[in-house]
Design a protein around this ligand. Structure first.
Ligand SMILES: [Zn+2]
Length: 338
């Protein structure tokens, strides 16, 4: 009996492992009302929607316990998924040794932790890259990766993903992928983001009069008023979230009197949005002329639900699933190094 009788999803992001452009409602003659299709206007390059091609660029990582190869773990080449939880890929002379003697070569059931089928987990190539960036490694060790996936696997024979909290995307997975309008970010490319590339090329510049004035609040009775402003600036930078910074500024007039400088905002971008690994190193000229508070706002709000689609998906994967996977990866690596 197969482990799954329906679609399987990406191990890392939980999204569909096939191009879902057919869920785009682009029948201009009689658009379908309701929420069962994506809005064509958000995928701008009709008719092929190359923005969605990343979805079927997938690989599978699995194992072959019967192999005579030195490692039981294998990584497939380009793969595709079927309609009953299966993953298909070519096996040739260049394939991993553990694939060459895998029973039913070129075909594997996904997420079968138990039973007669060998273990296999499919994922998007780009999600693998997000995870690698999250872990800050040059490359991911496939044996550790495999052990990590298995450590989070469900014993449910109908599993279509790992047993971890995938967040908002979970409600879009029923028997098949279930598209919801205004949730287009869930299927958007998390790596190559056209808006982000354009934004990086032309940061907004400061205008005269933009500077925040300091020292306008009465600090009598505020114990923080004894601290110099550079220490208060460091204090503001050490508060984990901007929400916390604003709350602290409401509670302390002395803290509110310290202007949030351009260097403060530039530092907060790196601190608060670690998923912006491609943020260019700023030049001296940019440090002086760019409006870093606006850069912060645009990137922060742009990465919120369904605003800048690919950026939202990158942030979602980075903050929702990468920490759960990363924790396992670190502990497995540590145990192996003992
Ligand atoms: Zn994915």
């Amino acid at each position: 009996m197969s482990c799954a009788d329906w679609e399987c999803f990406c191990t890392i992001c939980g999204g569909p492992l096939r191009n879902v452009s057919y869920f785009i409602d682009d029948d201009e003659g009689s658009p379908r009302p309701g929420l069962d299709a994506y809005d064509p206007s958000v995928f701008l390059t009709r008719p092929d929607y190359p923005e969605l091609e990343w979805l079927d660029d997938i690989r599978a990582l699995g194992e072959n316990l019967e192999t005579s190869a030195p490692s039981t773990v294998w990584l497939s080449g380009p793969a595709s998924v079927g309609v009953d939880g299966d993953v298909r890929f070519d096996v040739g002379k260049d394939s991993d040794p553990a694939l060459l003697d895998l029973p039913g070569a070129g075909y594997a059931q996904a997420y079968c932790l138990e039973g007669r089928d060998p273990w296999c987990a499919p994922f998007h190539v780009k999600c693998h890259e997000v995870l690698r960036r999250f872990l800050g490694l040059e490359s991911l060790d496939r044996e550790v990766l495999n052990e990590m996936f298995k450590s989070l696997a469900s014993r449910d024979e109908f599993a279509t993903c790992l047993k971890m909290d995938y967040g908002d995307i979970t409600e879009h997975r029923t028997r098949d992928w279930f598209p919801l309008r205004h949730h287009e970010y869930l299927v958007s490319d998390p790596i190559d983001i056209e808006w982000l590339a354009r934004f990086y090329e032309k940061f907004p510049l400061r205008r005269k009069g933009d500077e925040e004035l300091g020292g306008v609040y009465n600090t009598r009775g505020d114990p923080f008023s004894k601290l110099p402003s550079d220490i208060l600036s460091l204090l503001a930078l050490s508060i984990p979230t901007m929400e916390g910074v604003f709350e602290a500024r409401v509670a302390s007039p002395a803290l509110a009197n310290v202007p949030l400088s351009q260097s403060f905002w530039r530092a907060r971008i790196l601190q608060d949005m670690p998923w912006l690994w491609d943020l260019p190193i700023s030049t001296d000229e940019q440090r002086l002329l760019v409006d870093w508070s606006r850069v912060y706002r645009e990137l922060f709000w742009g990465s919120q639900r369904n605003r800048t689609l690919g950026l939202c998906n990158r942030r979602r994967i980075w903050t929702q699933t990468c920490p759960q996977l990363g924790k396992q990866y670190a502990s497995i690596t540590e145990a192996r190094n003992k």
